[in-house]
Design a protein around this ligand. Structure first.
Ligand SMILES: NC(=O)c1ccc[n+]([C@@H]2O[C@H](COP(=O)([O-])OP(=O)(O)OC[C@H]3O[C@@H](n4cnc5c(N)ncnc54)[C@H](OP(=O)(O)O)[C@@H]3O)[C@@H](O)[C@H]2O)c1
Length: 221
């Protein structure tokens, strides 16, 4: 791996991935809201910013996302669904990665191994959902999984060596989980980055379109 693009490079996981990659001698290009003004809620400006990024990169990681947008906490129940908050979840966590995948054909090389990994979440798994709650975030992550899978099928035709995947990073101690991590087992971002890079290192075109966790295990859709 020689050059990587991290979108959401300012985040807990995105930042740790950037540091870990640079330590391995990879040239890292970062794009983020707080550093570059790249705001996925401003879709037209975000698309323009993405069009201005010139690749190819042999690794692209989409590390953007939020559980709470504008103070809207994840719903405890379907009865708490609010239309605006749900639409915001979809814009950031599903439409955003879709706009990035829209550029995948030129961000990844046509030949030679490459990886585009979108950070999804196990709670987006329909098969694994036994708790209810977090309706909008779950649904937006389920949507992004479908978007990744669809894009992977299409990209395989022109980029036969690429792996386009959704990854669950584990429960990671970042701003994202600060209020929610509770008694769950969690890891610091540096460990999450190491885990994710080990999975990414093992990905080939055979894995394209899949949903894997931080240990490389398949997550049910
Ligand atoms: N942490 C976990 O336990 C966990 C578990 C499962 C899945 N994930 C997923 O992993 C990804 C990264 O999470 P994290 O824990 O690293 O979270 P984080 O530390 O809160 O970082 C979130 C990143 O998303 C960016 N972002 C938020 N809103 C944005 C917007 N409107 N436009 C553009 N960028 C925006 C942030 O940018 P700025 O900071 O520059 O504003 C930051 O770079 C998310 O997709 C999350 O769903 C995390």
């Amino acid at each position: 791996m020689e050059n990587a693009l991290i979108i959401g490079a300012s985040g807990g996981i995105g930042g740790a991935l950037g540091v870990a990659l640079e330590e391995k001698g990879v040239a890292v290009t970062g794009l983020s809201r707080s550093v570059d003004g790249f705001d996925l809620m401003q879709v037209a400006a975000a698309e323009a910013a993405l069009e201005a990024v010139s690749g190819p990169f042999d690794l692209v990681v989409v590390a953007t996302g939020a559980l709470e947008i504008d103070g809207a906490a994840p719903e405890k129940s379907i009865r708490a669904v609010a239309a605006e908050a749900m639409m915001d979840q979809f814009v950031l966590n599903a439409v955003g990665p879709a706009l990035i995948l829209k550029q995948a054909h030129r961000l990844l090389p046509r030949r030679g191994r490459s990886v585009l990994a979108v950070l999804s979440a196990r709670v987006g798994s329909i098969g694994d959902n036994r708790l209810g709650g977090w309706v909008s975030y779950r649904a937006a992550k389920a949507a992004v999984n479908q978007i990744v899978h669809t894009a992977a099928i299409e990209l395989a035709r022109s980029h036969p060596d690429a792996a386009v995947v959704a990854l669950h990073p584990g429960t990671v101690q970042t701003e994202f989980t600060r209020k929610y991590v509770g008694r769950h087992a969690s890891v610091p971002p540096v460990d999450a980055a190491e885990n994710l890079l080990a999975v990414i290192d093992g990905l080939t075109a055979e894995h394209t379109g899949g949903f894997y966790d931080w240990a490389g295990k398949v997550v049910p859709w």
